[in-house]
Write a protein that binds this ligand. Sequence first.
Ligand code: FES
Ligand code: FES
Length: 180
Amino acid sequence: MSDPTRPGGSPPEPPRSRGPGRGPASEVVASFLVNGEAVRALVPATRTLLEFLRDELGLTGTKHGCDLGDCGACTVLVDGVPRLACLTLVAELEGAAVTTVEGLAADGRLSPIQDALDRHGAAQCGYCTPGIAVNLTALLAEEPHPDDAAIREVLGSNICRCTGYTRILDAAREVAGGGQ
Ligand code: FES
Ligand code: FES
């Protein structure tokens, strides 16, 4: 069965009450890393990672798009694997390492894919760009020289309404080293 929190998955069932005091409104504690910094969250059991990142940590690079698992704007890495933050509960993250688009840059320098997206003018409104940068980062970590088919498959998880994808593909191909 596909993981609904992975880009391209389908939405999960809503949380169910688990008895007195453990309903959807009850609170949970989770300790995890966000961009290498330790975080201890005390949040409602239904709090999504997307809400937590944006509203409580101020990490607004992760975008709030459809909230349904369809657009990919909220993609982050959890233990190096792309996950949709709108479908991921904070309660699931105990011990995990979360990386957002802000965490892709190091020492004040954009990552190679962020830099390539910028130089190729691959963003217009830019709303899709963080999710695309995160998703391509995961692909390039797994396969440093992906071919066009692999790049296109990953980009299928990110809806861009502005660019037609041409410059995004150019940027990804450059970092991939022109692999075909
Ligand atoms: S997939 Fe999460 S906001 Fe669209
Ligand atoms: S640049 Fe606007 S949605 Fe992609």
